[in-house]
Design a protein around this ligand. Structure first.
Ligand SMILES: Cc1cc2nc3c(=O)[nH]c(=O)nc-3n(C[C@H](O)[C@H](O)[C@H](O)COP(=O)(O)O)c2cc1C
Length: 270
């Protein structure tokens, strides 16, 4: 398979750099073809701005959604963005690798998404009707491809467990997995997360590296996270709410981290 690894760490001689090398080595050994977008090394520009839309007159008001749509349709996005889109279309699998910074991805990677996931390519795709709400959430330009995250985190695994103070890791990564990767159509594989990343000794690194190798060996076969398809009948259109009767009402969520007594008072208006 063809694999694109987008790497978002400023230092090659980091844990992330070492894990990137492990991933590439294993993927290559399995016969996959790997390309890397090394965002810091490439000097990736992360902010969306006027300069991203060469056709837009300098004094014109910038409406990012409209400018993105016009530029994508006209094939007039900047060369750096066009090159990334070409790589995404080339790749069967997309890997985003980053250290967890403030419970999310580093700004440079968010800026890569903001600029590369253009209107008409990653969003604003497909028809809206009483049966469909565009091609998104499991459908879209990138449908049929796989994507996964490789993440390192300073915190312990327990801190990111169902009742951990940081919130469950799957909830924290939901906006990326569901909102960024599933949205334009990717089948999203379970993330690979390395915890206690600032305190790994050699034995710890060996264990993490072996876990990552195993995930790289199964990248083409592991089952994706079973998100619901938007247009598959599970959601009401146009409210896009899950149909009554579907889903476990007792499923835990961030609400678990509200103080029950104070929340009851708040709900009562006190
Ligand atoms: C700006 C910044 C924010 C961070 N935020 C978090 C965080 O929200 N949760 C966490 O577990 N670790 C956090 N960390 C720790 C990093 O995740 C950790 O240093 C990194 O994964 C180690 O990988 P590296 O050696 O390749 O940099 C943060 C570190 C930095 C520098």
């Amino acid at each position: 398979m063809k694999i694109l690894l987008v790497f978002a760490h400023p230092e090659s001689r980091s844990l992330n750099g070492a894990l990137r090398d492990v991933a590439i080595e294993e993927l290559t050994a399995q016969g996959h073809e790997v390309r890397v977008s090394d965002l810091y090394a490439d000097g990736w520009k992360s902010e969306v701005g006027h300069a991203d839309f060469p056709l837009l007159p300098p004094d014109a008001r910038l409406v990012p959604v409209a400018a993105s749509k016009t530029a994508f349709e006209a094939g007039a996005l900047t060369e750096d963005v066009k090159a990334e889109i070409e790589k995404l279309l080339w790749a069967d699998v997309l890997i985003l690798q980053f250290p967890l910074w403030w419970f999310s991805m580093p700004a440079i990677l968010k800026g890569w998404v903001d600029r590369v996931f253009a209107y008409g390519f990653a969003y604003g795709v497909g028809e809206h009707s009483d049966k469909r709400w565009g091609d998104r959430y499991g459908e879209g330009s990138l449908a049929g491809k796989r994507a996964m995250l490789i993440v390192t985190a300073g915190g312990w695994e327990e801190h990111y467990s169902a009742r951990g103070v940081n919130g469950p890791i799957d909830d924290l990564l939901f906006p990326i997995n569901h909102g960024i990767l599933y949205y334009p159509g990717y089948d999203v594989l379970p993330p690979f997360v390395a915890y206690r990343a600032d305190r790994l000794d050699e034995a710890g690194f060996t264990e993490v590296a072996e876990g990552l190798r195993e995930r790289m060996r199964t990248i083409g076969t592991v089952s994706p996270i079973p998100y619901r398809q938007q247009n598959g009948g599970d959601y009401l259109i146009p409210s896009m709410q899950l149909r009554p009767g579907l889903g476990d009402p007792a499923a835990p969520s961030f609400a678990l981290h509200l103080n029950e007594t104070r929340e009851a008072l708040r709900q009562a208006g006190e």
